[in-house]
Design a protein around this ligand. Structure first.
Ligand SMILES: Cc1cc2nc3c(=O)[nH]c(=O)nc-3n(C[C@H](O)[C@H](O)[C@H](O)COP(=O)(O)O)c2cc1C
Length: 175
């Protein structure tokens, strides 16, 4: 079994994800598993199911979590998918920390995982954006965990640190 330090600050997390062909859904599952392994109280939901909730029901769910992870693919128009646009227009999440993650394809160059960066920018998230190329593999776990540790570190000490490069190479910051 992997021996890992405990994530101190990430005590409760809600994971929302938008995925068409399954890559971002798989990534959200890895994040879920890693957080659960460190005893974070975590719930995961497809974004479309969340948007189907009444505002009152959605608020009730949101209030149970300190941190909200939002994941997305990036599509042809390089804009966030429509459900992500709807989420950003509808929910401000004033009481939560927002963290963005995405899957993409480096062949798209400058727009690699751009939608995830758009989420981070919209919510003024101070945390690094996790970028994974296409379908995440078990070999990406270390990169994902390093990213969670960087977030945890920032939440605990206010320190920003890079979480290291995975198979997709450098960490892109679009803003
Ligand atoms: C038509 C089309 C356009 C795409 N444009 C981009 C892009 O601009 N940037 C990027 O990083 N990935 C782009 N991708 C790749 C997808 O974002 C990537 O395959 C993603 O992992 C799909 O996630 P999903 O399986 O969760 O739907 C594009 C894919 C398609 C089919």
């Amino acid at each position: 079994m992997r021996v890992v330090p405990k994530l101190m600050a990430l005590r409760s997390a809600f994971i929302l994800y938008e995925s068409l062909s399954g890559n971002t859904a798989q990534l959200s599952m890895f994040i879920h598993q890693l957080l659960e392994y460190d005893d974070t109280n975590v719930k995961r939901m497809p974004l479309r199911s969340f948007l189907d909730l009444s505002i009152a029901d959605a608020d009730e769910v949101i209030q149970q979590y300190e941190t909200i992870f939002i994941g997305t693919y990036t599509d042809d128009a390089h804009l966030p998918p429509e459900p992500i646009e709807e989420l950003m227009e509808t929910y401000a999440f004033p009481g939560q920390q927002i963290i963005a993650f995405g899957t993409g394809d480096t062949q798209w160059g400058d727009t690699y995982c751009l939608a995830a960066h758009t989420i981070a920018k919209h919510y003024q998230s101070p945390y690094p954006v996790l970028e994974i190329e296409q379908m995440p593999a078990r070999s990406d776990e270390e990169k994902i965990y390093n990213w969670l540790e960087a977030i945890d570190n920032e939440q605990t000490h206010g320190k920003s640190s890079d979480y290291g490069a995975g198979k997709s190479g450098a960490i892109h910051r679009h803003y």
